[in-house]
Write a protein that binds this ligand. Sequence first.
Ligand SMILES: NC(=O)C1=CN([C@@H]2O[C@H](COP(=O)(O)OP(=O)(O)OC[C@H]3O[C@@H](n4cnc5c(N)ncnc54)[C@H](O)[C@@H]3O)[C@@H](O)[C@H]2O)C=CC1
Ligand SMILES: O=C([O-])CC(=O)C(=O)O
Length: 349
Amino acid sequence: MFAARNALRAGLRQAQQPRMFSTSAVNNKNVAVLGASGGIGQPLSLLLKNDPLVTQLRLFDVRLAPGVAADIGHINTPAVTTGYSPDGAEGGLEKCLEGAEVIVIPAGVPRKPGMTRDDLFNTNASIVRDLAKAAAKVAPKAHMLIISNPVNSTVPIVREVFKKAGVYDAKKLFGVTTLDVTRASTFLSGISGAAPSETIVPVVGGHSGVTIVPLLSQAAQSSSVKAGEQYEKLVHRIQFGGDEVVKAKDGAGSATLSMAYAAAVFTNSLLRALKGEKGIKECAYVDSPLYKDQGVDFFASAVELGPEGVKEINPIGNISKEEEKLLEAAVPELAKNVQKGIKWVGENP
Ligand SMILES: NC(=O)C1=CN([C@@H]2O[C@H](COP(=O)(O)OP(=O)(O)OC[C@H]3O[C@@H](n4cnc5c(N)ncnc54)[C@H](O)[C@@H]3O)[C@@H](O)[C@H]2O)C=CC1
Ligand SMILES: O=C([O-])CC(=O)C(=O)O
């Protein structure tokens, strides 16, 4: 009977431990989420509260952030959670950003059916610019993780804001493209039957339609995909996975839960690298030399993360003829997206 009771207690104790991310290291990381009350922001904040590497969790939104923080703050994990709104008692955006080491930005409007990510530019460009301005002022050394679409253009906007403020560090700016990698893994494992955790597909380029280039030939399970129709359908599904969710949500927005998961995974990888863990790689959209000669200042590829952020940008590696064609289509489109962001913020500083 005692044995049974002890087992129950042990089980409960285990159930009460924060799970999902593994680490036992002591840490001290201050993470801010801007746009924390939204479809992505809320589950992302929940997942970050469950990440033992986060010790301070600062939530900002133009609405509801103190409420979200009060709710999440009751979870018995170490992160001390505080909510900030523009006119709240805790102080506004700048107060939220004080001391932030990692700033994750899912603020902005999502797509509705029939829209492209680029259709969000007019609304989201100024939201991201203003949040970046505050970050450049209050937390200039923070790592910036940009989720707001169109990522291909919002990330260059953040760079220009930081450059103008004289605080730009290319190693610390990331467009979060982890959802593309997550989808590629899920969809390929659905075909091959291998565990998703063992199905790793680098996805390079950018984060919209044809700029999303899955390098299926580099996955261990690549031979399970038949050349021709099956390959083309898989590539299309990875490139347009976002549309699948937008259509299914039928006007109520785009991917939020899978995106929150993907951003929490990326943030955890970065936090582990910042505290010195070696050999951590993620695909991310970064200031990259790979296609700069073609006007593409930012490009997603596998990046080794280190204590300063980007440690090394890996080359694309060996790719198939099909993937070469996908890259040929992606690069000019990406160049346009990058230049659009730079031009806009130049005219709207
Ligand atoms: N990078 C990626 O892979 C993905 C990016 N996204 C993008 O993420 C963005 C957010 O999507 P959802 O969370 O679904 O939208 P949502 O509308 O549910 O949430 C956005 C939140 O941003 C807040 N917000 C608006 N202006 C703000 C400001 N100036 N400061 C702080 N907060 C502000 C809103 O109050 C709202 O709570 C969209 O642009 C969407 O396209 C979505 C999925 C994947
Ligand atoms: O499709 C969208 O608009 C949201 C997004 O970026 C994604 O789900 O990949």
